[in-house]
Design a protein around this ligand. Structure first.
Ligand SMILES: [Zn+2]
Length: 96
């Protein structure tokens, strides 16, 4: 999962829609486009895991708002950020 996110191939709905595997590119939680950014920070199905992740990142001094691109890039250089992301992947209710 982590590496698929890093290279932009995470199987979020917008990604699957691009290949004709989903009719729409939106998430059923709120009707917004379901990209990696939505899945990490905005998806209502993952809200508990997202809040936990953002609190952990705040303790690491990671500024917000944060794009998934900069967060994922930072995680390649910082093992604490990488661990926090892996914890999010485990805690996320909606798996991708
Ligand atoms: Zn959602």
């Amino acid at each position: 999962m982590y590496f698929r996110c890093l290279v932009g191939h995470a199987t979020v709905i917008a990604y699957l829609h691009r290949f004709g595997l989903e009719e729409s590119d939106t998430c059923s939680c709120d009707g917004n486009r379901d990209d990696i950014n939505h899945w990490l920070f905005q998806c209502k199905f993952n809200s508990t895991a997202s809040v936990y992740m953002m609190n952990e990142l705040a303790t690491l001094g990671v500024p917000f708002p944060q794009s998934q691109t900069s967060l994922l890039y930072s995680s390649t250089r910082n093992s604490s950020i990488r661990k926090t992301l892996w914890d999010f992947f485990k805690r996320a209710r909606r798996k991708i």
